[in-house]
Ligand binder design. Sequence first.
Ligand SMILES: [Zn+2]
Length: 383
Amino acid sequence: MEIPPLIQIGSVLSADEMRRYSRHLALPDISKIGQERLKKSKVLCIGAGGLGSPVLMYLAAAGVGTLGVVDFDVVDETNLQRQIIHGQNDVGKSKAHSARASILEINPFINVVVHDVELSTLNAIEILSQYDLIIDGSDNFATRYLVNDAAVLLGKPCIWGSIYRFDGQASVFWADYGPCYRCLHPQPAVNVANCAEAGVLGVLCASIGAIQATEAIKIITGVGSPLIGTLMIYNALEMSFEKIHINKDPLCVLCGENPTQFGLLDDYASFCATAIDNELSVFELRELLERSQDYLLVDVREPYEFDMMHIPGSMLMPLGGFLDGSALAAVPKDKEIILYCKVGIRSATALDILKAAGHSRVRHVSGGIVAWLENIDPHLGAH
Ligand SMILES: [Zn+2]
């Protein structure tokens, strides 16, 4: 998908800038007009950590005229293995200010705006609205949903990246042209530890951060095809890059056909905590099926879907029965109820209904039967 340049009319370059950016000016697709667009652009990077480091350093070198940095953390010695925008002498200092000093060392021609605050529902719209494009280099679900929601509400593109052990992902979420983060993940995924617990290969940050910086330059200048509606999946051990097509979700609460969310949530931390408490992964489900009898596994899809394949031991209760209340009497209260559907959207609705009806022991399967097929039993449909 080709889209028009985010910045239509750029800022005039000085003679010094023309010299500095001569290798960009020599590129036919960027040239002087593209470099002027970069100079005019304002990019906000959420986080000056693993992803933010390469993103900020390369966008600074590329001549993005205004770079905003949001980070309220201080540099810790264990950050230096991957957060290369900071050095030994920055330990104990504010990450946002340390990043600013490094950026200006790379390129004194640009403006750096420091937001040494924790991004929250109270300040996100005000901060994001000052920029043309957002780059999400955050490391937690609460911030990701907050950044996504604010970017969608403001109609701005958000370039997302994530890293985990040896794996990385990146995409461009821009509701005007394609899906948002909520279309991909309506609920936070379970069992994803942060970098501190899971470990992360330091150089992975460069691979994913470089993709994010590249996408930013492409979108600002209108060059090439950005990762809109595409999830890039990188595995460092296999040295593989895989592109997966992702659709806009018509049921997305934020950018779908009948949106129900028109502002930021009051509390993103509790949104993520609640969602995670209510889910179990397919791995946890497998363990439960092997070990316990004290549960009822309920498939809330339609009968034809159940007939094609279902997780062994499950019973069928289509979502419609939850919506009109007719199925509720058949749901026992003395067992834990485990709900699943195709990918976890219908089961989340059934879960809300059961909770509202007074069932306290209810969870649903993250990723649904699709995750079960991918991770537990790829031959399920062949039985
Ligand atoms: Zn969406």
